[in-house]
Design a protein around this ligand. Structure first.
Ligand code: TRP
Length: 458
C-alpha cells in the first residue's frame, strides 16, 4: 500500500459505531429541506393535500431508494462512480453515469443550498446584534429583502458557509461528520417542540393545523405530485449518490432497512414539527402561506416575538438550523470529495478545497440572483430557482429511477437478500420481499408516472 492508499483506507474505516452511522445519515437527511423547504412548499402547494402526496412519495419511493443506495454503498465500499462500476454485471454497462449525474446534482444543489444556509447564518448574527423580532409581516419581510438584495452580504455569508463546510470535511468522516451531528439533532428537536407549544397556543393555531392536516383533494395536481416527489428525494438526500457514499462508511452488521426506516421517520417528524411551528403564525398574523422561499425567515421572528426571552431563543434556533444545514452540506460535498480523492489520488484536503473553490464560483451565480443577477433568467427562472427546480424535479427523481432499475432489475435477488439480511444474520425475509416488490415495480412506476404526467404526456 502506498501512503496515500493507506490514508484513504483509514478514512474508509468509516463511521465509528452503528449509532454513529445512523446519526450521520440523519445529519445528512435533516437540514434546510425540513426546516425551510418543507414548510414553504407545503404552503405554496395547498397544505394537507400536498402532505399526503409527500407521504406517499416518501414511503413508496423515497425509502426504497434510500435502502437501495445504502446497500449499494456498503457493498461497493467506494465513491459512487467506483461503486456502480464494481457492482454492475458487465463493465460495458454505463451505470456509473448515475454517479456522474449525481456529481452535477451535488454542485447545483450546493449552489443554492449554501445561499440559504448563508441567510440562516446572517440571521444568527443579526439576532445577536439587533432586534429582529416583530409580528408585523411588513417589517419581517423588509428585513429579509434587505439581506438578499445586497450582493455583498449574500456572497459574504455564502463563502463563510463554504469555508466552514470545507474545514469540517478535511477533519475526515468519523471525527468531523459524526461528532458535529451527534449532539445537535436532539437539541434541534427539543427546541422545535418548545416553539411548537408557543405556536399552538396562538389564536390562529386551529386554522394553521387545519391547513397542514386537513386535505382538500381538489388541490392535487400533476405539478404538486412532482414537487412532492422531488421534496421526498431532497429531504432523504437520495437520487444523487450521497447515500451511496455514506453507505460505504456503514458497518457490515448494521441493519440497513430498519435504520433507513428510522431515518425516514425522524426526518418526517422534524419536518412536521417545523410545519407546526410556522402555519399557526401564518394564520395568526396574516402572513401569506404561499410566500415562497422566504416563508421561514419572515414568520419565525413573529412567533419568537411572543415568547419570553424570544431574542435568545431565535438565536439558538437559527444556530441549530445552521448546524443541521452543515450536516446536510457535508454529505453533498463528500460525494464529490470521495470521488476526487479516490479517482485522482488526491489527498482529502486538496480534494475538499478544490471542490469548495469550484462551488464558490457556481454558488455565486445563485447568491447574486436576488440582486446583481435578478434580471438574468433562463426558462423564466432566476439561476437560484433554476438550480433548485432542475435538481429536485428532474435530476434527483431520474437518478432514483435509474437506481431502482439497477438494483431491481440488474442485481440478482440473491445478492440483495444477502446484503439486506447481513448474510442471513437478520431474520427479515418479509422485509426483503417487500423491498423487492417496491424497488422493482412500485417505485420506478410511480416516478415514471409523475415525471410523464408533469410533462403533460397523459
Ligand atoms: N437532505 C438535506 C436536507 O433536507 C439536503 C441534502 C443533503 C441532499 N444531501 C443531499 C439533497 C443529497 C439531495 C441529495 O436539507
Amino acid at each position: 500500500m502506498t501512503a496515500l492508499e493507506k490514508e484513504n483506507s483509514m478514512k474508509r474505516g468509516g463511521f465509528a459505531t452503528a449509532l454513529g452511522a445512523l446519526i450521520a445519515t440523519l445529519g445528512s437527511a435533516i437540514g434546510l429541506g425540513n426546516i425551510w423547504r418543507f414548510p414553504y412548499l407545503t404552503g405554496e402547494n395547498g397544505g394537507a393535500a400536498f402532505l399526503v402526496l409527500y407521504l406517499i412519495s416518501t414511503f413508496l419511493v423515497g425509502l426504497p431508494v434510500m435502502i437501495a443506495e445504502i446497500m449499494l454503498g456498503r457493498a461497493g465500499r467506494a465513491n459512487v462512480i467506483t461503486t456502480l462500476r464494481r457492482l454492475s454485471p458487465s463493465p460495458r454497462q454505463p451505470w456509473w453515469l448515475i454517479g456522474a449525474a449525481g456529481g452535477l446534482s451535488a454542485f447545483l444543489i450546493m449552489a443554492f443550498y449554501t445561499e440559504v444556509a448563508g441567510w440562516v447564518f446572517a440571521y444568527v448574527f443579526r439576532s445577536l446584534t439587533s432586534n429582529i423580532l416583530s409580528t408585523n409581516p411588513e417589517v419581517t419581510t423588509q428585513m429579509f429583502v434587505a439581506l438578499v438584495s445586497d450582493p455583498f452580504q449574500s456572497l459574504l455569508w455564502q463563502w463563510i458557509v463554504l469555508v466552514l463546510v470545507g474545514l469540517i470535511i478535511t477533519f475526515g468522516v468519523a471525527r468531523g461528520i459524526e461528532a458535529t451531528t451527534k449532539r445537535l439533532i436532539p437539541l434541534l428537536f427539543l427546541l422545535l417542540l418548545v416553539v411548537d407549544v408557543r405556536a399552538l397556543t396562538l389564536p390562529g393555531a386551529v386554522e394553521g393545523l387545519t391547513f397542514l392536516f386537513k386535505p382538500d383533494f381538489s388541490k392535487i395536481t400533476a405539478t404538486a405530485a412532482l414537487i412532492a416527489l422531488g421534496l421526498a428525494f431532497f429531504k432523504l438526500s437520495i437520487g444523487m449518490g450521497a447515500m451511496i457514499t455514506y453507505g460505504s462508511y456503514w458497518k457490515d452488521d448494521q441493519n440497513i432497512p430498519s435504520t433507513a426506516l428510522r431515518v425516514a421517520l425522524s426526518d418526517l417528524a422534524v419536518s412536521l414539527l417545523a410545519g407546526i411551528a410556522i402555519f399557526p403564525v401564518v394564520f395568526t398574523y396574516g402572513f401569506e402561506p404561499a410566500a415562497g422561499a422566504k416563508l421561514l425567515f419572515i414568520t419565525l421572528p413573529a412567533v419568537f416575538a411572543q415568547m419570553p426571552l424570544g431574542n435568545v431563543f431565535i438565536f439558538i434556533f437559527f444556530l441549530l438550523t445552521s448546524f443541521a444545514a452543515i450536516g446536510a452540506m457535508v454529505s453533498l460535498v463528500e460525494v464529490v470529495v470521495a470521488f476526487l480523492s479516490e479517482q485522482f489520488e488526491l489527498s482529502r484536503k486538496s480534494a475538499t478545497w478544490l471542490a469548495v473553490g469550484a462551488l464558490a464560483l457556481v454558488g455565486s451565480t445563485a447568491a447574486l440572483s436576488n440582486s446583481t443577477l435578478a434580471n438574468f433568467t433562463l426558462f423564466g427562472k432566476t439561476l437560484f430557482d433554476l438550480y433548485d427546480f432542475v435538481t429536485s424535479n428532474v435530476l434527483l427523481p431520474l437518478g432514483g429511477f435509474f437506481i431502482t432499475l439497477f438494483v431491481g432489475w440488474t442485481l440478482k435477488p440473491a445478492f440483495i437478500r444477502e446484503q439486506l439480511s447481513n448474510r442471513g444474520q437478520l431474520n427479515n425475509e418479509w422485509v426483503v420481499r417487500l423491498f423487492l416488490i417496491l424497488v422493482r415495480y412500485i417505485s420506478p412506476l410511480l416516478v415514471l408516472i409523475v415525471l410523464l404526467d408533469s410533462l403533460n404526456v397523459f
